[in-house]
Design a protein around this ligand. Structure first.
Ligand SMILES: [Zn+2]
Length: 227
């Protein structure tokens, strides 16, 4: 039984560009996670996202499956479920601290988030590190990673390494590299990277719950993807 999670689509737009499009945002039309039939767009709602201390309201489309009588939110990959801050802030905080580049306070200050919030992300990621190692390692292999060898460090550091491996492998496929590792992590986890509610949330990977990126040539910002 699939949890009632959001469907995350691999949006490569900046938050500003997404906001500017308002309700005209064009999310890809998903298939129903339960019955695999094409879903229809079904209204939407506004949701806040915080970037560098500034909150913006973004329009989140919903999709509905008539057969299953369910709707799912179509979250852009720059957010995580139930998290206010853009996923890049979350990813940068976790990475900087776990890699030992700086403490929580300086990175939180640079990203204009309360340090207690950033500390909460790192604790949550660390507390879920074991299943994350398994899930991201499996995904990396599934995506054709050469193999990361034996990793050292804490379980959380190994989870981060496995995420990096999976993202590297995905980056060889069209459209993923431009997202960056944080949006990639959101996309493949159904926005649930930091959720605790499921014992094996990363079934979404095995079940291919993430949507492949839709190439938008105009979104190629730095030549790293979008082909
Ligand atoms: Zn359905």
């Amino acid at each position: 039984m699939l949890p009632p999670v959001a469907i995350v689509w691999p949006c490569a737009l900046s938050v500003d560009a997404y906001v500017a499009l308002g309700k005209n945002i064009e999310a890809p039309r998903p298939d129903c996670p339960s019955c695999a039939r094409p879903m229809t767009f079904w209204s939407g709602y506004l949701r806040p996202v915080r970037v560098l201390g500034r909150c913006r309201n973004v329009f989140v489309r919903r999709a509905r499956c008539a057969r299953c009588a369910v709707t799912h939110a179509l979250l852009p990959a720059f957010v995580l479920v139930k998290r206010l801050d853009a996923v890049e802030a979350i990813g940068q905080s976790i990475t900087a601290v776990l890699e030992g580049r700086c403490g929580v306070r300086p990175v939180a200050s640079a990203l204009v988030v309360p340090h207690t919030t950033a500390r909460g992300w790192i604790r949550r990621f660390s507390s879920r590190a074991e299943p994350l190692v398994v899930a991201f390692s499996a995904l990396a292999l599934e995506l054709g990673a050469e193999g990361s060898g034996h990793r050292v460090g804490s379980t959380a550091q190994r989870a981060l390494g496995a995420l990096g491996d999976a993202f590297m492998a995905a980056s060889a496929l069209p459209g993923w590299a431009i997202l960056g590792p944080s949006r990639f992590a959101s996309a493949v986890s159904g926005g649930g990277l930091l959720c605790t509610n499921a014992s094996s949330p990363y079934l979404v990977i095995g079940k291919r719950r993430f949507m492949p990126p839709v190439p938008f040539p105009q979104q190629t910002k730095d030549g790293t993807g979008g082909t």
